[in-house]
Design a binder for this molecule. Structure first.
Ligand SMILES: Cc1ncc(COP(=O)(O)O)c(C=O)c1O
Length: 472
């Protein structure tokens, strides 16, 4: 008898399908209330930190170089008050196989899939992660399927997403391209069910533990070269795994004083799931369209509990506009001789401004770069934007309206950040955590969990619960 693969039946069975496909029973971490045991879930990877390093070394992942951006630092100092202008460094993650830090996430996921005897891996992603999984799967002799949300209903795709499809196919993956809409998750579940492959989720503990090596390496490299940890690490933030993994790695190394700043491209006012707005953006990751919803509710991801929980680690969250990131991409290429893709340059744009707030002898680090390629370049992106009715202007980026125009800064003094109100984000997260389990009361365990999960304190959590009418 053939299996019923109708939408309702598949959705009904999603927990069971996920359990089989990721090999983790998430129910064992649940308390039945708001809290769940995050650290226990992270330990369930079953690999020590040393083992993860070794897994990554086997496939050439990690140990990427760090560059000091002397010319960009000098430029930042021109606009900074006297004595200000921290030294800016960048960790060149483009040196990983497949060209981004995502190789760290994919290495552990693919290794684990292979060890458990799965024949292949599936990843639902329109980003660099697809290429990372395809590359690691190729090295380990696993089959690979990448599921991408790629086109609008006219069949037109963002050049960067098309670029990533090309990379996945070149690395031997089967790429399934969908148009924007709700069928992605259903298709993902059907594929898992039909193939019996491993769900190489971006949000599993394996993936996030893989990024810890990045933060750890940073601390070790700076201690060796500069005799101390960086003062600030700026991290491009979307789904939160980059930030979570890096911050956990820094903590693992004992770098407890290093401040963690999340940075996203502002796509304020654009709706990600809208067919007509899908192609109005010039950035496909590292933007607020992912950054804010995933920070305020990480468990919206493709596993029951996301291991990426950025609010747990973030000290500040800032945004930059699209035009500034394009501009910074050119600065990095033309002043430092490093031609890299947009994602890392988002954090770099923020770092350029943040450095001007810091003392000259301080250290600010952008913890990643990504490869660049045909669809990621500025030219195809700006051409595509124009074709989609976006006006390209040179002027004051603070006036940029996502979806209407892109404003390139008139000069580097116009590169600024906007500070997001983290307390507001934390409150929104707490509200979502309560709604998720329809709680009317918070236990002592819940309070402690919410304090940890929002990097706040007990007064903050209690006040928020009072505002929401939740007893505790
Ligand atoms: C190169 C690069 N940097 C940063 C990010 C953001 O990472 P995360 O989604 O874990 O926040 C991504 C994710 O798409 C990426 O591919």
């Amino acid at each position: 008898m053939t299996k019923d693969m109708s939408y309702d039946v598949i959705m009904e069975r999603r927990t069971e399908i996920m359990k089989t496909a990721v090999g983790i029973d998430y129910e064992i971490f649940e308390s039945g209330s708001i809290a769940f045991d995050y650290e226990r879930m992270m330990k369930e990877t079953g690999y020590s930190f040393q083992e993860i390093k070794e897994i990554q070394e086997t496939t050439g992942v990690g140990n990427t170089p760090v560059y000091e951006l002397r010319n960009i630092t000098q430029l930042a100092r021109k606009f900074a008050p006297k004595g200000k202008g921290a030294r800016i460094f960048i960790k060149d993650e483009a040196g990983n196989p497949s060209g981004s830090f995502k190789a760290r996430r994919a290495a552990t996921a693919c290794y684990h899939a292979k060890r458990l005897g799965y024949k292949g891996v599936i990843a639902a992603t329109s980003g660099n992660y697809g290429a990372a999984v395809a590359s690691q799967a190729a090295m380990l002799g696993l089959k690979c399927i990448v599921l991408q949300e790629c086109y609008d209903s006219r069949g037109i795709g963002q050049p960067e997403i098309i670029e990533k499809a090309r990379a996945c196919e070149a690395l031997g993956a089967e790429v399934i391209q969908l148009s924007v809409g709700p069928e992605l998750f259903y298709t993902f579940l059907v594929l898992l069910e039909e193939t019996g492959y491993f769900n190489a989720s971006l949000y599993s503990p394996f993936g996030i533990a893989g990024v810890e090596t990045l933060g750890y390496e940073l601390s070790m490299e700076f201690r060796e070269k500069e005799g101390r940890d960086p003062d600030v690490v700026v991290i491009t933030n979307a789904g939160g795994g980059n930030l979570t993994g890096t911050a956990r790695g820094l903590i693992r190394a004992g770098a407890r004083d290093t401040k963690i700043v999340g940075a996203s491209v502002s796509l304020h006012g654009l709706h990600m799931a809208s067919d007509t707005q899908f192609n109005k953006k010039s950035f496909t990751t590292g933007h607020t369209g992912f950054g804010i919803p995933f920070a305020t509710w990480p468990d919206r991801s493709d596993v029951p509990r996301s291991a990426a929980r950025p609010l747990r680690y973030m000290d500040r969250y800032v945004t930059v506009n699209q035009g500034s990131v394009f501009y910074m991409t050119e600065l990095l290429a033309q002043l430092e001789g490093l031609e890299r893709g947009p994602a890392g340059n988002t954090a770099l744009s923020a770092a350029f401004y943040l450095a001007q707030e810091m003392d000259e002898d301080q250290i600010i680090v952008v913890q990643e770069t990504e490869y660049t390629g045909a669809g990621k370049h500025i030219n195809p992106q700006l051409t595509f934007a124009k074709e989609n009715g976006i006006e390209i202007i040179i002027g004051d980026p603070s006036k940029e309206i996502p979806g209407k125009n892109i404003i390139l800064p008139k000069d580097p003094s116009y590169i600024k950040i906007e500070e997001l109100d983290l307390n507001k984000t934390k409150k929104s997260y707490i509200k979502n955590a309560i709604n998720h389990v329809k709680a009317t009361n918070a236990t002592k365990e819940d309070l402690d969990f919410l304090v940890e999960d929002t990097k706040s304190n007990i007064e903050f959590v209690k006040t928020t619960l009072d505002e929401l009418g939740i007893s505790h």
